[in-house]
Write a protein that binds this ligand. Structure first.
Ligand code: SAM
Ligand code: GLN
Length: 266
């Protein structure tokens, strides 16, 4: 069977050719460009079984990124694995907002709550000069993966397992910026099937999806701090009232980020 014939089996299911190229590439250990250049060559027989095994996973809705083991975020590749949320493109907007605040006020100490794969914390550490980024997550697996991703880039980050900012209470007073992409999905929300493979504690936050925000703003004295968080597209109004912050939109024009800088005193 040629690569071209294999790809056709994949795209006939309505899935993108690019994915087929990446999956075949993973099995035969070549870049997708190699397969494009050799698309009319026979695929060595010993690879076929594994390729179709991976295709079958995708046909059942298993996320591509978990199969590939890597995902791109803000122009860099990060390791990803089952049990940890796959970073979303909207989350890159948090980085732009944080970079602007770090630059404007020369911020040094930052905490990312709910790091997942560590993409937010690590990207901020790499994009901004002289910052120290702390990160927490309730998932041990997420913390281990974040550490692995930080090591990959030599990022100036410290990760600890625990809820909210609890693992870093001793230095909480020195924190100037809190960033977080928390779970914000309603418990009863109907999700596309890909999401069934992702950890529930990364996505869901109570009946209205707002438990995490309420708890964070109740639990801590945020004086002297800026808070930048991702939100659900219909949660802006509520969160503006709860926190006195303002809402920014993502690239598709939906309410996506909450920024509270009233606690910050220059
Ligand atoms: N920051 C990553 C990203 O943007 O791709 C992951 C975000 S995911 C939506 C939320 C993360 O928060 C999950 O990794 C979950 O384990 C963690 N989490 C949930 N509740 C938490 C809590 N109370 N304290 C700390 N982390 C929490
Ligand atoms: N944007 C995610 C989704 O696919 C939700 C992420 C989150 O809860 N932080 O619904």
């Amino acid at each position: 069977m040629t690569f071209s014939e294999i790809i056709k089996i994949y795209t006939e299911k309505g899935l993108p050719e690019r994915e087929a190229l990446l999956l075949i590439g993973k099995v035969i250990k070549q870049k997708k460009e190699y397969i494009i250049a050799h698309r009319y060559d026979e695929c060595p027989k010993e690879y076929l079984e594994y390729i179709f095994e991976l295709f079958e996973k995708r046909f059942n809705g298993y996320p591509l990124q978990y199969i590939l083991g890597e995902v791109e975020f803000y122009g860099r590749m990060f390791y990803i694995e089952e049990g940890v949320l796959i970073p979303r493109w909207e989350t890159e907007g948090l980085i732009d907002i944080c970079k602007e605040y770090v630059r404007r006020y020369d911020l040094k100490n930052i905490i990312d709550i709910g790091v997942g794969s560590g993409v937010i914390a690590i990207t901020i550490a790499l994009e901004c000069n002289n910052v120290r980024v702390y990160g927490t997550d309730i998932s041990e697996k997420a913390i281990a993966l974040s550490q692995r991703n930080a090591n990959r880039y030599g990022a100036n980050c410290t990760f600890k397992c625990g809820e909210f900012a609890e693992p870093f209470l001793d230095l909480f007073d020195t924190i100037q910026l809190i960033v977080s992409n928390p779970p914000y999905v309603r418990t009863d929300a109907k999700l596309q099937k890909e999401l069934n493979y992702e950890p529930r504690e990364a996505l869901f936050s109570g009946e209205d999806g707002l438990n995490f925000y309420r708890e964070l703003f109740k639990r801590y004295n945020l004086e002297g701090k800026i808070v930048v968080m991702e939100i659900g597209d219909d949660q802006g109004e509520y969160l503006k009232n709860l926190t006195g912050g303002h809402i920014l939109k993502d690239l598709s024009g939906k309410d996506r980020y909450l920024v509270v800088d009233k606690f910050w005193v220059v």
